[in-house]
Design a protein around this ligand. Structure first.
Ligand code: 8YV
Length: 321
């Protein structure tokens, strides 16, 4: 029997995924689950044929140029691939894959949690009780905003955006969206298409971000675009932190231009943004959009499916470079 391909798994994945990986690959796992520094990442990659990283490992052009000749596939455990320089990978003949679809439900759930947590002041109420400070009640107490019947704006009507739209419809919301091009009606399901970001923002009582992080979308939420939103709108971000100019967001939350924000992602991770964390009108999560037992298994299997295809000489189903 030929030797199994050597595989580096950079973070701790579920037992089921690790068992399957060990069946088919000669696996090295990052046992204590720390984030590899760049030098360490390069060093760990030197004697493997494939790497299965998360969004926490950055494959810059420099890292890719330092990969050994034998390593020809980066099979990501993520749908986002902004941590990989796809142009450098393509130039170096390194295949890159991601894990779409399998995390759409989990991420859309977190978008709903962020929306409702922000609209109904979830973090504020929770913190008050935990601190032993719930000593008052009145009809005027902890009044939030209802989402039922409001406009749910989707920036990026891909797979996650479509599921989030479906869930928002369950709350009686009217879906509007902007995408590079309109999606077919069986996927749009009556959602109102806007061919400009401006058009969408002007029609979003809740704006939910579902686009990839690219040079074009970096800072797409900024002072000028926030001004286009209806007064007291709510921002939801479960995509990538750098879509948002966090200083401009903090200004808008402090001034009351925005009623609240629900955020699962930040420019600096782990950690977040201190100015935003100090505000009451935010509901914050530590990048857990896809963190369910079911989805973690499915993401790991999907990454292994891509590796299996590659090592069997087939085209991986989720090739992005
Ligand atoms: C993951 C993500 O938590 O898929 C993505 O792009 O950001 C997250 O789903 C992460 O990459 C897990 O590996």
């Amino acid at each position: 029997m030929p030797d199994k391909p050597r595989l580096l798994i950079t973070r701790k994945l579920t037992d089921a995924v690790l068992i399957r990986a060990a069946r088919d690959y000669d696996v090295t796992v990052n046992a204590d689950d720390h984030v590899f520094a760049t030098d360490e990442l390069i060093a760990k990659c030197q004697d493997v044929d494939a790497v299965l990283p998360c969004h926490s490992e950055h494959f810059s052009a420099d890292v890719i140029s330092a990969l050994p000749e034998r390593l020809k596939i980066i099979a990501n455990h993520s749908v986002g691939v902004d941590h990989v320089d796809l142009v450098a990978a393509k130039d170096a003949g390194v295949v890159v894959t991601n894990t779409p679809d399998v995390l759409s439900d989990a991420t859309a759930e977190i978008a709903m949690l962020c929306m409702l947590g922000a609209a109904r002041r979830g973090a504020e109420g929770d913190a008050m009780i935990r601190a032993g400070k719930w000593d008052f009640w009145s009809p005027a107490f902890m009044v939030g905003r209802q989402v039922t019947g409001k406009r749910f704006g989707v920036l990026g009507m891909g797979r996650v955006g479509q599921v989030a739209a479906e869930r928002a419809r369950g709350f009686g919301m009217i879906v509007h969206y902007h995408n590079r091009k309109p999606v077919p009606e069986h996927l749009a399901k009556g959602a109102v298409f806007h061919d400009t970001v401006e058009g969408l923002f002007a029609n979003s009582d809740v704006l939910s971000l579902h686009c990839p992080a690219t040079p074009q979308t970096t800072g797409i939420i900024n002072k000028d675009t926030i001004a286009l939103l209806p007064d007291r709108a709510i921002l939801v971000n479960t995509a990538r932190g750098n879509l948002v100019d966090e200083a401009a967001l903090a200004d808008a939350l402090e001034s009351g231009k925005l009623f609240a924000a629900g955020l699962d992602v930040f420019c600096d991770e782990p950690g977040g943004n201190q100015r935003i964390s100090a505000l009451k009108n935010v509901f914050l999560l530590p990048h857990v959009g896809s963190a369910t037992e079911e989805t973690r298994d499915a993401m790991g299997y999907r990454a292994l499916d891509n590796l299996d295809a590659y090592f069997k000489g087939r085209e991986p189903g989720d090739r992005v470079a």
